[in-house]
Design a protein around this ligand. Structure first.
Ligand SMILES: C[S@@+](CC[C@H](N)C(=O)[O-])C[C@H]1O[C@@H](n2cnc3c(N)ncnc32)[C@H](O)[C@@H]1O
Length: 286
């Protein structure tokens, strides 16, 4: 039982989203990121919880009309269009998935914000922009696919102006000590999602320092995002059960669960091995 992590390449990540993005955005309330619930009594639907999390992340950037924001790993454009609509800032969204760019561009047109938002295919590890081109950056659940977090953060730091803010979410490892079987199960599920190995929560302080950011906030929002996983896995399971032509990427996710003891990889709060963090930093001068 090898627990050696599988490291996804950008091309593999792009091919995965090319196949599944239209369905994932449907299952995840319009975007492709966690929802944010205020607590166990919050019965908001997925769309509301998803837009709420976007709004929380957008507020952290403190941008307005005239600012230019980079959205790293923009998905199908939900966060970028919401950002432009609510702040008046301009946004350039990049994704390694050509299909993401197609859907995001159509969404911007449908929402009437094409004058503020544009999307292009690009690799976060090789950003095709000049140094200091952006006033802020958002990386909403995209860096989870990049094994070398510092390399990605360095690229973002390079294209930000000194003092500009970055807000991101990432998955981190938490919970009780993992058995060999837990590690194997988690590795299979992460591989199916083309996700990189989980990082440690405190690692972010070092990543930020190494990449040229001052940390302003590092918080654990796992309790708020918790309902997401069960809802998404259930939607994927239902879809695959009901559709013989379900994309291979979704079938692989379903097939990864038996390695998790046949249970959905979600448990009680203190049993879960995957948490969600929010990091906000400002680009150091020099
Ligand atoms: C979970 S989705 C999040 C999408 C979007 N940020 C949202 O919140 O709806 C991950 C996104 O990161 C993008 N991504 C992952 N690795 C990337 C890379 N190396 N370069 C560019 N985009 C990448 C994927 O193509 C996908 O759009």
């Amino acid at each position: 039982m090898s627990t050696t992590p599988v490291l996804p390449t950008p091309d593999e990540v792009g091919a995965f989203y090319d196949q599944v993005n239209h369905l994932l955005q449907r299952f995840l309330g319009g975007s492709m990121h966690y929802g944010y619930w205020h607590g166990p009594d919050d019965d908001s639907g997925f769309r509301e919880a998803s837009e709420r999390f976007t709004s929380i992340m957008v507020d952290k950037l403190r941008v307005g009309p005239g600012d230019l924001v980079l959205d790293v790993g923009c998905g199908t454009g939900g966060p970028a269009t919401q950002l432009a609509r609510t702040t008046g800032a301009r946004v350039v969204g990049i994704s390694i998935s050509a299909k993401d760019v197609e859907l995001a561009t159509a969404r911007a047109a449908a929402e009437g914000v094409s004058d503020l938002v544009r999307f292009q295919r690009a690799n976060a590890l090789d950003l095709p922009f000049d140094a200091g081109a952006f006033d802020a950056a958002l990386a909403f659940e995209s860096i989870v696919h990049i094994p070398d977090r510092v390399a990605a953060l360095r690229q973002i730091a390079r294209v930000l102006k000194p003092g500009a803010r970055l807000a991101l979410t990432d998955a981190f490892q938490r919970g009780p000590e993992m058995t060999q079987a837990d590690r194997f199960g988690l590795m299979k599920v992460l591989a199916a999602w083309r996700a990189a190995p989980l990082v440690g929560f405190d690692d972010y302080l070092d990543f930020a320092r190494e990449a040229g950011f001052e940390t302003e906030e590092l918080s654990d929002v796992s309790a708020n995002t918790k309902p997401t996983n069960a809802k998404v896995f259930e939607a994927i399971f239902d879809y695959v059960r009901e559709h013989d032509d379900a994309p291979a990427g979704l079938v692989e996710i379903v097939d990864s669960v038996p390695h998790f003891g046949g249970e959905l990889p979600v448990g009680e709060d203190d049993e879960e091995h995957e948490g969600v963090l929010v990091f906000v930093g400002t680009r150091r001068a020099g």
